[in-house]
Design a protein around this ligand. Sequence first.
Ligand code: NDP
Length: 452
Amino acid sequence: MDFDFDLFVIGGGSGGVRAARVAAGETGARVGLGEESRMGGTCVIRGCVPKKLMVFASEYAEGMHEAIDYGWDVTIGGFDWTRFRTKLEGELDRLEGVYNKLLLGSGVEVFPQRATLVDAHTVRLADGIEKTAKHILIATGGWPLMPGLENEELGITSNEVFHLEALPERLLVVGGGYIACEMACIFNGLGTKVTQFYRGAQILRGFDGEARGHIAEHMERHGIAIHCGTNILRMHKGAKGIEVTATTGETHVYDQVLFATGRTPNSRGLGLEELGVEIGRRGEIVVDEYSQTAVPSIYAIGDVTNRVQLTPVAIREGMAFVETVFKGNPTPVDHELIPSAVFTQPEYGAVGLSEEEAREKGPIEVYSTAFRPMHKSFIAREDRVLMKLIVCAETRKVLGVHIVADHAGEMIQLAGVAVKMGATKEDFDRTVAVHPTMSEELVTLKTPVRRA
Ligand code: NDP
């Protein structure tokens, strides 16, 4: 059968764009791509990129106070949200243009509209035109999940947070995951009075317990009011803002309420189930290790499969898909030992197992140190850095590295290489320290603080 395309990709985010580009550019495949919103997807338009730029903006206040203590004569004015937002929007426009250019340069035909499935080889575009393809790749990402409260529409999600008309004076962040903690730190840095409700016992569930405690303590010391074991009982619009009654019974007024209560795969309304594509309990498209669905011509990558919701993982999955389907080299995606960073202030970089997870698997040694780094102790700041290694007592392999420090994201990328290579504690030990740095502690940790 003659198809219009060899590949049709639905979704122009990190994973979809990469797969389309590589399939067209490197294998000469005829590729079409449909995107209903802006090219670049969550990462570029409403996630990683604008978030990181906001992190940079928000760190200056602390930086300026530190500069004063280092001897600089600095006068700190206010933060001009409108000026920043205008610049941010310009940058996102630029990046979207880059993505479009890359796709066109690779010979991908872009359809700026929604695409849904008609059958295993046909998509229908929003304007009614149908296109056939030998393979279809779903890369539609995810979407913020609201908690299902009455009047929750008074609140916003991470989708809207970059477009606020004004910087809120009082912000309530709901949730304790990556997005909630990052946003709480960002707005705190920008001068907003931030309250965070988390329904569990400690923020950042799933990460290393010691690191979670360290970050929470730091956030609170810097002015964020974290309320664990707390949720919204009810909310409504009052004369002075959004009136929120917490499950603890207290009522406070906020200018904005940000729900960071998780994300859900964008799998609805695409016509997938009708074709026999399996959808999991959380709305995720069920795929095998080659990202293939139950319908052989349909594949799915990225957040819509709810495997690991991270941009570089979606990109890997996209590349592995092209390798498998267009280069004849079946390549499963390796989801083991993925380093990641939470861009709280201070940052948290982690790779491998948490102490709690490692303990379940066998005997371990824990090497951990918390100290005031040179940069902060010079100006009498209380902020401490945490460096932690989890080591398997039998194989001596480093099972997990946890760093809470400024630039931990940069550090964990490199530590991730060693852990992925299977480095032992002794490999870390025989590496000479880079002095004076914070990360030198990773190679000078002498005695375990505990064995478990
Ligand atoms: P997470 O799943 O990490 O966190 C969701 C949070 O909301 C949890 O604390 C959860 O509580 C809480 N929650 C869920 N439902 C409710 C509810 N009904 N009421 C109150 N609280 C609720 O999701 P995020 O949205 O923060 O992030 C989504 C994904 O995006 C992350 O998993 C991550 O993979 C990715 N991401 C990565 C970043 C990075 O790499 N730096 C940055 C941002 C996002 P509980 O713990 O009890 O379930």
